[in-house]
Design a protein around this ligand. Structure first.
Ligand SMILES: [Zn+2]
Ligand SMILES: [Zn+2]
Length: 341
């Protein structure tokens, strides 16, 4: 297969900082779209993967080029491509391929396909080795996994929609967050702040739960109707049994039962953060009120496009800080210290 060389920022091992490298990409074949990458979000998963912290589930193959929140411009297309032409804006999220034939793919839920190809650190069926992500000058992706970007959106702010955006949009759609519903968002980081924006845009009454009272102004500015300091038992007590849906975006250890108790009858709490240790769930909290606890992972391609179009209509982007790729190692350290907005 013909390839070309492109520049990237790669980790050579779990303990080495990211450094400039050259990687091979396939030349676009029939259904491929080649994209010049303009912006790529930094997702906490990138950091876990680069440092091989998910070794037991998906060990990292080095060199590792992370990045799955990609926004760019089409530079070349294969002969059978119909949806894109050079010059178009385009985006790529966490997936670049799937088998297209399993029940999940047929349901438009490619994110659950047992044979999906992740954007990075996934077996590359064209070139062998593994796929390389968005910390790079360009990428080549099958057009079925390329997304259209509304032209009114800030391109830098649109990048995180491809992971943080769809991760919060999808469960809210699934659990029927609409006007008149009471929705909680736990945590106000990369995921949580998108959750607040979407819940607000869907017309819900949005309550943000935070451990830090100084995030109150941020939460209100993002669209929250109320802010509850979760350490304050009195404040929590006022909301017992009242939520239709809670999005739990916390990846640190926390008391899930305190939130389950806030759900109304048939209410749902969905986990999108991934704490390292198992959560201690009280069965009684779920039994009384027929409440449910579930998880969710990104979204299918069709829904990701729906989310981007929704963002275009409602002018929603992520709040971002733009840095040159050369500062990615510093950004990782800041991410670990939660020193980012
Ligand atoms: Zn991500
Ligand atoms: Zn499939």
């Amino acid at each position: 297969m013909n390839t070309y060389q492109t520049k990237a920022y790669a980790a050579a091992s779990a303990i080495s900082p990211l450094a400039s490298a050259t990687i091979a990409r396939r030349d676009p074949i029939e259904r491929d779209v080649q994209i010049e990458i303009l912006f790529c979000g930094i997702c906490h998963s990138d950091l876990h993967q680069v440092r091989d912290e998910w070794h037991s589930v998906m060990p990292t193959v080095y060199p590792c080029v992370a990045g799955h929140e990609i926004i760019g411009r089409v530079t070349r297309v294969g002969s059978a491509v119909t949806k894109y032409k050079p010059g178009d804006l385009a985006a790529v999220g966490c997936l670049v391929d799937s088998d297209g034939s399993c029940p999940n793919c047929k349901a438009g839920l490619e994110q659950f396909c047992p044979n999906m190809t992740l954007t990075y650190n996934s077996p590359d069926k064209y070139l062998g080795a593994v796929t390389y992500g968005g910390y790079s000058d360009s990428i080549v992706v099958d057009e079925r996994f390329v997304l259209r970007v509304p032209s009114n959106l800030s391109l830098a702010g649109a990048a995180p929609l491809l992971c943080a955006g769809i991760t919060t949009y999808s469960p809210m759609r699934h659990w029927g967050v609409t006007k008149g519903k009471k929705v909680g968002v736990v945590g106000l980081g990369g995921l949580g702040h998108m959750g607040v924006k979407f819940a607000h845009a869907f017309g819900a009454h949005v309550v943000v739960f935070t451990t830090s009272p100084n995030k109150k102004d941020d939460a209100l500015r993002l669209g929250a109707d109320e802010v509850v300091v979760s350490r304050n038992a009195n404040e929590m007590q006022k909301h017992v049994g009242s939520f239709d849906f809670i999005l739990d975006a916390v990846s640190a250890e926390h008391d899930i039962n305190a939130y389950i108790n806030l759900l109304a009858r048939d209410g749902n709490i969905t986990l999108v953060g991934a704490p390292e240790k198992p959560l201690g769930v009280s069965a009684f909290g779920l039994i009384f009120g027929r409440r449910s606890l579930s998880g969710s992972a990104i979204g299918g391609i069709a829904q990701t496009q729906e989310m981007l179009d929704f963002c275009g209509t409602h002018n929603i982007t992520a709040d971002v800080e733009v840095i040159p790729l050369q500062k990615v190692n510093e950004a990782y350290e800041r991410l670990l210290k939660s020193d980012v907005k």
